[in-house]
Write a protein that binds this ligand. Structure first.
Ligand SMILES: Nc1ncnc2c1ncn2[C@@H]1O[C@H](COP(=O)(O)OP(=O)(O)O)[C@@H](O)[C@H]1O
Ligand SMILES: [Mg+2]
Length: 254
């Protein structure tokens, strides 16, 4: 038995009176590309934010690589981790959002170097060498000295992916990484993600790109209104959905 990279058991999350996640159960295996689809407002982003403890869950259990997110268990009691321990857990998880949020006053290279130097205290020469390699990997070796304003949205998103990889995460979370891009720029970003998948990165990908899910995904979950409605191999779920809610959603997006 390998330890799942992510394991959610009965995860609930509310904001005030609004019950958003209503008992999420799922498992993501190491090296798996796990796609999450569902209508707007179904709780996909909230779930990703719980995984790296940007949100605190209200009930259930959530673990990453065998460690509870935000808690330590002693006997049958749970103790909240200190901020520094939460920060350590978060370091192992890379997150890429719809909006890239690069530092506007830093070049692409400086953006990718920033976290290893500031957070891990890494030597600048080491961080620079890795950043150069990562920019090359996302196809932007020649843009290292450009500022974000001098890059297209797709190029900025690829810098954001390189920036997340610079921390050498064991898990990458993608929250609709291509939804803010012009259609002609989507392919390059998906190609980078496909490459990561081939290299064995564990990835959870919230996406509306059903082609990507079908070709690259190992597992797919359809979420609606805070519950997992249906899950399985992407090809099966996308071509032969079993639930009416899945059918209705797919008929709108496919
Ligand atoms: N910080 C917050 N405070 C209050 N409500 C929130 C907060 N974050 C998300 N929500 C609500 O949770 C629901 C699910 O949102 P979200 O997880 O962003 O869905 P999705 O990513 O599937 O579109 C929405 O109704 C949203 O308004
Ligand atoms: Mg969202």
């Amino acid at each position: 038995m390998t330890t799942p990279m992510v394991k959610a058991e009965g995860v609930h999350k509310s904001f005030g009176a609004a019950h958003i996640l209503k008992g999420i159960d799922l498992e993501v295996a190491p090296r798996e590309v796990f796609c999450l689809i569902g209508p707007s407002g179904s709780g996909k982003s909230t779930f990703l934010r719980c995984i790296n403890h940007l949100e605190k869950i209200n009930a259930g259990r959530l673990s990453v690589d065998g460690e509870l997110v935000g808690y330590r268990q002693k006997g049958d009691k749970l103790y909240e981790l200190r901020d520094s321990e939460v920060a350590r857990q978060r370091r192992d998880i890379g997150m890429v959002f719809q909006r890239f949020n690069l530092f506007p006053h830093m070049t692409a290279l400086e953006n990718v170097m920033e976290a290893p130097v500031q957070v891990k205290g890494e030597a600048k020469a080491v961080a620079r060498a890795r950043a150069e390699k990562l920019l090359d990997r996302v196809g932007l070796a020649d843009k290292a000295k450009n500022f974000p304003s001098q890059l297209s949205g797709g190029q900025q998103q690829r810098v954001a992916i390189a920036r997340a990889l610079a921390m050498e995460p064991k898990l990458m979370l993608f929250d609709e990484p291509t939804s803010a891009l012009d259609p002609e720029l989507v392919g390059d970003v998906l190609d980078v993600m496909r490459g990561l998948a081939e290299d064995g990165m564990t990835m959870i990908v919230v996406t509306h790109e059903m082609g990507f899910a079908r070709e690259v995904g190992d597992a797919l979950v359809f979420m609606d209104d805070g519950v997992v409605v249906e899950s399985g191999h992407p090809r099966d779920v996308l071509t032969d959905p079993q639930h009416d809610r899945t059918k209705s959603f797919l008929s709108k997006v496919l």
